[in-house]
Unconditional design. Structure first.
Length: 385
């Protein structure tokens, strides 16, 4: 009897041990399943987020149609243009107020003469006060140029890279007595790149200022480089044409241009075609801007190698009748893969003017040693014959 009870007791004990063991196994398996599910959820959520973001950026990508009429703001302070009178136009890529001498741009790469690679650091200006201070200095410098027509490139609306400063509004309010025309040439979604200095969204464009009356203005689209990853930076290259009446009954077409990407030769061809048409109609055209191609073969002191972007313009692409003006004595742009140091940083000439027949001109570059931008202002003194 006692033995039977002992056996039953051991059986009960074993049964409880088995139950406890099963419960323990279920608990462990439950934890394993939960961790697995959590990991899978995180992976799936990350994939969904990445796909959704890429879809958002892709859907935001678009090009502004060609031949868009542009608004004209402000009040001119001078009369319409006359023949046989000297006028001055300035062109200046202001680098969205970020390119102080210490600034280097993350997308810029290069190499020193000894082969050491170099790369810029920043996607955004250092802070809002820097942008505002640089813009105030740019406005003051623009006034000192004594130009009655000014062509500016890389002027930002409120954008992440320029710390949300509305540069267009700031310049327009600071340049009293000028009419203005704005043509957008970059509009991006919110870019989560680069990881160390996220750029955010960007709106940027060309700003044309004139103290002489503008009758109308139009935005003409350049062919864009739609290869990856350029499409995500939504560069929408263009040139704007402002029509200024002349007392002799003709019109001066003032063109503000910035070329960009691997398709610059095609962009140049479109510009040339438009200017030849204007010339054939008996009118004048003056184009100023950033050609993004080397306009003169002058070699300036540097300890850097020639960067990939410094391709030379094809002079054969400019037909007889059109004249390219570039100051061969002074550089107009500096490489941005390293901070600027005179005699060390690579510099060359990419900014200048292209004019039609009937425009007699002289060109000069204002050497401010790249204190306010990675470009320098270039002036054209001209007479309409």
């Amino acid at each position: 009897m006692e033995r039977s009870l002992a056996i039953e007791g051991r059986m009960d004990t074993n049964k409880w041990q088995v139950l406890i063991c099963l419960r323990t196994m279920r608990a462990k398996m439950g934890r394993r399943v939960s961790l697995f599910h959590i990991c899978m959820f995180i992976v799936l959520f990350a994939c969904f987020g990445a796909v959704s973001y890429l879809l958002y950026v892709t859907l935001q990508y678009h090009h502004i149609p060609d031949n868009q009429q542009l608004d004209i703001a402000g009040t001119p302070s001078q009369q319409m243009l006359k023949n046989d009178t000297v006028y001055r136009i300035a062109t200046w890529n202001i680098g969205w107020g970020a390119y102080t001498p210490s600034f280097s741009a993350y997308q810029e790469t290069g190499a020193m003469q000894d082969g050491t690679p170099s790369r810029g650091l920043y996607a955004k200006a250092s802070d809002q006060s820097t942008v505002e201070g640089t813009l105030r200095s740019i406005i003051a410098q623009a006034k000192q140029l004594q130009a009655t027509m000014i062509l500016l490139q890389e002027v930002d609306g409120p954008s992440g890279r320029s710390r949300k400063v509305d540069e267009r509004a700031m310049i327009e309010s600071g340049m009293a007595g000028f009419e203005s025309v704005w043509a957008e040439n970059q509009h991006t979604a919110f870019l989560l790149w680069p990881p160390k200095d996220i750029q955010g969204s960007t709106t940027s464009g060309l700003l044309t200022l004139s103290q002489h009356p503008i009758e109308e203005a139009v935005r003409r689209s350049y062919q864009a480089d739609d290869a990856f990853p350029e499409i995500y930076f939504n560069l929408d290259p263009c040139f704007s044409i402002a029509s200024l009446p002349v007392e002799n009954g003709k019109t001066l077409y003032l063109i503000n241009s910035q070329m960009v990407g691997a398709v610059k030769p095609l962009q140049l061809q479109k510009l040339v075609d438009v200017m030849l048409q204007i010339q054939d109609e008996g009118n004048y055209a003056v184009c100023g801007g950033d050609f993004s191609m080397v306009l003169a073969k002058t070699q300036f002191p540097t300890i850097q190698q020639k960067p990939v972007w410094a391709m030379e313009i094809d002079r054969n692409a400019i037909p007889d009748g059109l004249i390219l003006y570039a100051d061969e004595k002074t550089p107009t742009v500096r490489a941005a893969d390293i901070p600027y140091q005179r005699g060390i940083t690579y510099t060359t000439i990419v900014d200048g003017f292209l004019v039609t027949k009937g425009v007699r001109a002289q060109v000069s570059t204002v050497d401010i040693d790249f204190t306010l931008s990675d470009h320098q202002p270039v002036l054209l003194d001209f007479v309409l014959e």
